[in-house]
Design a protein around this ligand. Structure first.
Ligand SMILES: Nc1nc2c(c(=O)[nH]1)N[C@H]1C(S)=C(S)[C@@H](COP(=O)(O)O)O[C@H]1N2
Ligand SMILES: [Mo]
Length: 381
């Protein structure tokens, strides 16, 4: 039986419901992930238990539209084709020799993170707070491979194609299609766009894209294509399934007409990890409210907390020096009132340029880019 919306929301992610064998990335970790979909396996990370800045790989959310493709490192080839002077076919060894390996800490947030909080309820995976994680990725800049392939002067976009594929019923696809996404050539040559084979110092796990994926820093997760086997440089914008039917929003009004645009840059957002959503706090004591804030391509400027449902706000203390592309931990010491009863906590993030979060949900964003303020109910006991 499907849990109700309310149950799904209040479920504490203790131990995954899937058997250990069903986990593509080894034994189910003790701290547990929540299964948002069993087949293909989609897992939500235990955000309420996230304490370190780096998310351990076994607690990192998994978002896959199709079954994990079975790729062999020994026979793996990355093809670079389309509007380039020099089409390439690179083995993993050849790819690694293109440039010096780099390590970059980058936060990935699924564009649907927080979807369970949308009213009315929408279709799509009902993520709460845990479709986000921060890892150290090892790879080379996508720019280095593009430089080698020499994009033609007319090139405008780079399509990143995954090896996974399947047919979708609604809206129907013309048979099985791959997962793919395009990004502009301007974004593709930025240093935060990696072809990565390592995650947290180890080879990618099957669920996270073994043996090669892209990590497109500052963009929502859908751009970070896993199981990357093909790069197509194009001289016109791509209108593939994953940026028209899916992962698009009404961002523009061209001549007053609502115009769909592919979802792109991660927006400023902060989330409360502790106290947990729906949890309780002891009356009259000091309690740490703690969480993470991020701002995509920009660094976090500040995070603020409200313990009175948004009437008043105070600055949270940042646990680290903020930097672009990765989240920053924050905390706030709350003197909990002496009277038992319900309380509503809120947090909000501003990027270094002062851009904050919208108070209310903007329906133009369909079911993506969810960064309006989300009240966290707690009970003072
Ligand atoms: N090939 C492929 N790449 C993909 C996906 C996919 O289904 N197939 N899902 C995307 C989405 S929507 C997200 S949010 C991220 C999640 O990365 P993760 O599973 O490593 O956390 O992968 C992206 N890359
Ligand atoms: Mo996603």
């Amino acid at each position: 039986m499907r849990p109700t919306r309310r149950q799904a929301l209040l479920t504490v992610p203790a131990v995954a419901a899937a058997s250990a064998a069903a986990h593509p990335d080894g034994p189910t970790p003790a701290r547990g992930l929540t299964v948002r979909m069993a087949d293909p396996l989609n897992l939500e990370g235990p955000f309420a238990e996230q304490t370190a800045t780096r998310t351990p790989t076994e607690e990192f959310f998994v978002r896959s539209h199709f079954a994990v493709p079975n790729l062999d490192e020994a026979t793996f080839v990355l093809e670079v084709t389309g509007a380039v002077e020099t089409p390439l076919k690179l083995t993993l060894g050849e790819l690694k020799a293109v440039a010096a390996a780099e390590k970059k800490e980058i936060t990935l947030e699924c564009a649907g993170n927080g979807r369970v909080f949308l009213t009315p309820a929408t279709r799509g995976l009902q993520w709460q707070f845990g479709a986000i994680g921060n890892a150290e990725w090892t790879g080379i800049p996508l720019a280095e491979v593009l430089k080698k392939a020499k994009p033609r002067s007319a090139a405008v976009e780079v399509i990143l194609v995954g090896a996974d594929k399947g047919a979708i019923a609604d809206p129907a696809t013309p048979g099985p299609i791959h997962f793919d996404r395009s990004i502009s050539i301007e974004k593709a040559v930025q240093p935060e766009c990696l072809l990565a084979w390592g995650m947290n110092g180890k080879p990618l796990t099957p669920g996270h894209g073994f043996p090669l994926r892209t990590v497109i820093g500052g963009y929502y997760g859908m751009a970070s294509v896993k199981w990357l086997t093909k790069i197509v440089v194009t001289d016109k914008p791509y209108d593939g399934f994953w940026q028209t039917f899916d992962y698009s929003q009404y961002e523009r009004r061209d001549g007053g007409l609502a115009t769909l645009v592919p979802v792109g840059p991660m927006q400023p957002k902060a989330q409360i990890a502790r106290p947990a959503y729906g949890g309780s706090v002891p009356a009259g004591e000091n309690v740490a409210i703690a969480g993470f804030g991020w701002a995509g391509e920009k660094a976090v400027g500040r995070v603020e907390v409200s313990t009175d449902g948004g009437k008043s706000w105070a600055a949270a203390a940042l646990g680290e020096k903020p930097a672009p592309l990765r989240w920053v931990p924050w905390s706030f010491e709350w003197a909990v009132p002496k009277t038992p009863g319900p309380a509503t906590l809120l947090c909000r993030c501003f990027d270094a340029a002062g851009k904050g979060q919208p108070e209310k949900r903007d329906p133009d964003r369909r079911t993506y880019t969810i960064n309006h303020l989300i009240p966290v109910p707690v009970t003072i006991t």
